[in-house]
Design a protein around this ligand. Sequence first.
Ligand code: B12
Length: 488
Amino acid sequence: MNVILVNPRAQKSHRRLPLSVLFVARNLPEWVTWEIVDANIDPDAQARAEALIARDPSNTVVMVTVMPGPQLAWATPWCRKLKARFPETPVVWGGYFPSVYPEAVCADAGVDYAVLNQGEDTAVALVEALSAGEDPAGLPGLAVWRDGALIRGPLRPWTRSSRYPMPPYERLPMEDYAAKTFLGQRTFNHHSSVGCPYTCNFCAVTAVANGAWIPDPAKDVVETVRLLHDRYRADAIEFHDNNFFAAERRCHAVARGMASLGVRWWGEGRIDTMLAWSHQTWSAMARSGLAMVFYGAESGDQDALEAMDKGGLEVEQTIALNKRARSYGVIPEFSFVMGNPGDPEGDIAATIALVRRLKSDNSDCEIILYMYTPVPLPGMFDDATALGFSFPQTLDEWLSPTWSGYEERRNPVTPWLTPAIVQRVYDFESVLHAWRPSVSDRNLRPWQRAALRVLAAPRYRLGWYTRPYELKALQRLWRYRRPEEMGF
Ligand code: B12
């Protein structure tokens, strides 16, 4: 049996190891031949995958990983085309999007099966069933559409990721993935835990993991980083875990293990968790090359934080963490999810005030502004439903102009946000980023940074953010990239 694993195009300029499909591949049995086709590095990915399928369509399975946004827009029409051309070739989707919205995915003409949650074991069970000529419907971790209804097998228990073999990096063109970033000249990515121990009700990870978190032991994390360093000359690592910093002891041990490698690193963490960590852990992490940590600060409004089930996070903790990280030379990167249904304007005003405070305490801190978009979880989602919000039922609806930007969380079509509110946020963002351009941006020259800062300073000082066309024009002309446009 042949398996073609496809990573649809996600971003123009940001190449990262396609871990979602690489991790599935690492567990496929020896009797399966497989190939990864990554549209982020191969402009002819669709043609290449089709040529591979055409060799033996009835003995091939196509496995596609799908995130909302650009990957969904790439995968949906292509998979429909595939099914029309190769009706006998099963098309399987996996990843967060099909895991959260399996009905819309499985009902589509381009998809035969959706793999829910962690995919390594389900992919093996599926290829075994298909090659034995058995009907896979009802297999654990698998969803399929039959006679107008979803048949969903029981969910599999979560498994420690490093229980599976080391990812087969040697099967990828690793030079194509050695990325130049703010962290280093050869940045690679790794993912060293499953799920997240928190249950914030605006996050897709909660809809999937529901508070489950299974970390790889520190020694396994270090072994992988060492391999990437020794064999592929990695000088920087992005840990793409939902929450890399959930356990202090593990992070301290990872930091000690990485200390001799000279690798700069980045990960996502929680403010309240890391605020409570010891001086020893913080200094070990800083010495080992920890350069930046991404935090969900979410809001400057305490009521909004509580509505989000942020596990007791307090605005004051964000202010304290900002100063603490600064004292160790680690840059905090704060992400906000603004405009919740309760009091969008109050939430936005409080968040802008907090951002100003954070910047005045630590001008290096990074700021990312998203708009709140509901996920189907109890809590704020119920408020959203009461206000007339409902999800698309089909992939065509997901791809319509109204919805295509939804999961990108920049300009969602939620009934409680008016265009004027959204505009105010992004006008503020333009002024802020001109006044203090992000360190992650690699396009601006020093003089361009200085020019933007001088131009934006009066606006920022006076709090006059309306229509900053001159700043937006320069940012566009000089191809300035905000941190989230760099990937993270
Ligand atoms: C890296 C990443 C990206 C990269 C893409 C890398 C790539 N694929 O080329 C970039 C930076 C481009 C990106 C962009 C976006 N992302 Co993103 N991204 C991630 C991140 C941090 C890691 C993904 C990863 O590699 N995980 C490691 C692998 C091993 O785990 P995995 O993907 O879950 O895969 C396992 C299972 O899901 C399953 N599986 C996955 N795919 C498949 C396929 C098959 C066939 C099978 C059988 C199994 C299977 O098996 C795998 C192994 O167990 C995740 C969060 C996370 N920690 O996972 C968010 C995440 C997937 N992204 C998300 C979103 C929303 C986006 C955006 C659409 C919006 C945004 N604001 O971030 C943008 C799109 C913008 C754009 N221009 O593309 C959401 C998805 C939410 C949802 N409802 O689906 C996540 C969950 C973050 C979050 N908490 O909200 N992202």
